[in-house]
Design a protein around this ligand. Structure first.
Ligand SMILES: O=C(O)C(=O)C[C@@H](O)[C@H](O)[C@H](O)COP(=O)(O)O
Length: 378
């Protein structure tokens, strides 16, 4: 069993919580990872936020009654006025129209610049509610309470918020850091199997891009993970969050290129999601297929050997993730890929692996190699 990095901060609200710091000067915050901690939420939020009198809980219809209502009650118990809004489940809610509806609701709730948004849900809710928080009166504070594995290990951390345009994923948004990320693995007990497995796509990504030891740990412990054994799940979440915190701490707004490594597999994945129709594949499933395409492209460009693809394929398969997409259509995907946010001066750029634990940002890639990588992953 690997141990967590020693630079983790353990100023936790309870002795069994793990705390990971995202270090960003005056925008620094803590990610708490624990189990069955609902009763501690309100005091942790108060400690992170200081003054708080009005909270707008933005949640997903699927987790509203199961989790958001309980957290809202905890906040009310400490004297906070709470309004709550449940958004329809699913990727189509990351839309301009849903964003406008939320802003109108926030205004009607009597929100002011000291109000706080608490996003309780998966990646769709965190991205949408985070963008609403970033935009309302030019920015109010927000707290991320991720309820899916994918949101716990990825989207709740690092401050990328936003919505989709009909043919371009996450095309509109803002970098807006939360004040606190509150992860309670108890909520995973009600997460459907397909959503849990989808989250493992992003977990495996960290092993490939940044952490060879973690990749080896995943190769040895995937069974415990898919069985949702709490110790293994907490470890995988903490290790993933630590990787992301390190990268975000070095390049918050993806300006130096360092943060772009978190986009491994995503150039393909976003094009798959947009061309297949949002919601057809789960994001982590699309990322798994996208990582396969990216690894094939890397082999074609002689950046890495076949062994990397073989290990990645085996781990994805063991975890129950898809490794091919029968309906992938290279002709439809290419124009979407050209709107990827890593495109610079009109040229596509990809995050490609060189060995397990290391990736490069590669530009000027021949289009025929990209099409080949897509077609070999059908
Ligand atoms: O946080 C990041 O940076 C990432 O790229 C993480 C991705 O896994 C995540 O899906 C992100 O939202 C994608 O960002 P985008 O800029 O490609 O839309």
């Amino acid at each position: 069993m690997l141990t967590l990095h020693s630079n983790m901060v353990f100023d936790s609200p309870s002795s069994d919580a793990t705390a990971v710091e995202v270090q960003l000067a005056d925008r620094s915050y803590t990610i708490f990872i624990q189990s069955d901690a609902q009763a501690k939420f309100a005091s942790a939020a108060k400690q992170a936020l200081g003054d708080v009198s009005h909270v707008m809980v933005i949640t997903d219809e699927a987790v509203d009654k199961k989790w958001a209502t309980g957290l809202a009650d905890e906040l009310q118990k400490i004297g906070v006025r709470v309004d709550k809004y449940a958004v329809p489940s699913g990727e189509p809610s990351k839309s301009v129209s849903q964003f406008e509806t939320l802003l109108q609701w926030m205004l009607a709730s009597g929100a002011d610049r000291r109000s706080v948004v608490v996003a309780v849900g998966g990646g769709v809710i965190g991205d949408l509610a985070g963008f609403a928080a970033a935009s309302f009166t030019r920015g109010i504070r927000f707290v991320q309470v991720p309820t899916s594995l994918l949101a716990m290990v990825d989207s709740s951390v690092g401050g990328k918020t936003g919505i989709n345009l009909p043919t371009a994923k996450n095309m509109v948004g803002a970098f807006w850091q939360p004040s606190l990320v509150w992860i309670d693995t108890q909520v995973l007990s009600t997460l459907p199997e397909r959503d849990f497995i989808s989250g493992l796509g992003e977990v495996i990504k960290y092993g490939v891009i940044d952490d060879a030891d973690f990749f080896e740990w995943l190769e040895a412990n995937w069974q415990a993970l898919i069985n949702r054994e709490n110790e293994a799940v907490c470890f995988a979440i903490a290790r993933s969050c630590q990787s992301k915190a390190n990268v975000v701490g070095e390049d918050e707004r993806e300006t130096s290129g360092r943060r772009a490594i978190l986009n491994y597999g995503h150039t393909f994945a976003h094009a798959i999601e947009a061309t297949a129709g949002y919601g057809t594949l789960m994001h982590g499933e699309a990322v798994a297929i996208g990582m396969q395409m990216a690894a094939r492209l890397a082999i074609e460009l002689e950046l890495c050997g076949q062994q990397l693809l073989d290990r990645q394929t085996a781990l994805l398969q063991n975890c129950g993730l898809p490794i091919v997409f029968d309906d992938a259509n290279a002709d439809a995907m290419l124009p979407v890929m050209k709107r990827d946010k890593k495109v610079a001066h009109g040229k596509l750029r990809f995050i490609l692996p060189t060995k397990i634990g290391s990736v490069d940002l590669v530009g000027d890639v021949d289009e025929s190699a990209v099409v080949d990588a897509i077609r070999k992953t059908i």
